[in-house]
Design a protein around this ligand. Structure first.
Ligand code: SAH
Length: 199
């Protein structure tokens, strides 16, 4: 497990900046294009919006993993409220091999950028163990085009290319944005959306 502070993010009076109550537009577009298909894993799922998006767009099965038990509890409650089937479990995305299963599709909204230089390669290896060969990873992270240093670390395109250089094919990296709760980043932050396939 990473740090206990992740759970603290979800226990305050206000939701954390990324917990906007609906999926990020970039992932809605992917879902509408039929990209969130097969057995889908949402890595670092928070309160489950992207997992539930996949569940409502024809994924065969959906799993969401997060370090925060509070976030996982909320995700389960949302699934029940919306009548959607998804499995939400507390766990460490640096050790996705512990799930003992492989997925066709993995989504990562705002998780890659939380890891230090040291943990980043471990995360990429963990993703590789959880994704079937030929499977797709859709990852959105903060980009260096976002000014200032408040919030998560910024990631450059070349860092993404180097992190996924071995055993992966990067199909595209496009400029996109994160919606945030209104008081942060004027509501939107600059992001990279990467579509990456496991060789
Ligand atoms: N994808 C969600 C949450 C993004 S915030 C959304 O779009 O709303 C980053 C998330 O990663 C947090 O929910 C945090 O609890 C989770 N996280 C950070 N490190 C983790 C780890 N090692 N294992 C599992 N989850 C982790």
């Amino acid at each position: 497990m990473s740090t206990p502070s992740w759970d603290d993010s979800y226990t305050g009076e206000r939701p954390p900046p990324w917990d906007i109550g609906h999926p990020q537009l970039a992932f809605i577009r992917l879902a509408e294009q039929g990209m969130l298909s097969g057995n889908v894993l949402d890595s670092g799922c928070g309160t489950g919006e992207h997992a539930l998006l996949a569940a409502s767009h024809g994924a065969e099965s959906v799993t969401g993993i997060d370090a925060s038990p509070t976030a996982i509890g909320r995700a389960r409650a949302k699934a029940a409220e919306r009548g959607l089937t998804a499995r939400f479990e507390t766990g460490d995305v640096l050790h996705l091999d512990r799930l003992g299963t492989r997925f066709d599709t993995i989504t990562d909204s705002g998780v890659f950028h939380v890891f230090s230089d040291e943990d980043r390669p471990h995360y990429v290896t963990s993703l590789a163990t959880a994704l079937k060969p030929g499977g797709s990873l859709y990852l959105m992270c903060f980009s260096e085009r976002e000014p200032g240093d408040m919030g998560p670390r910024r990631v450059r395109q070349d860092e993404l290319r180097s992190a996924f250089s071995d055993g992966w094919t990067i199909d595209s990296i496009t400029a996109d944005s994160f919606e945030t709760t209104r008081e942060f980043f004027s509501g939107h932050a600059q992001a990279w959306l990467a579509s990456i396939r496991r060789s």
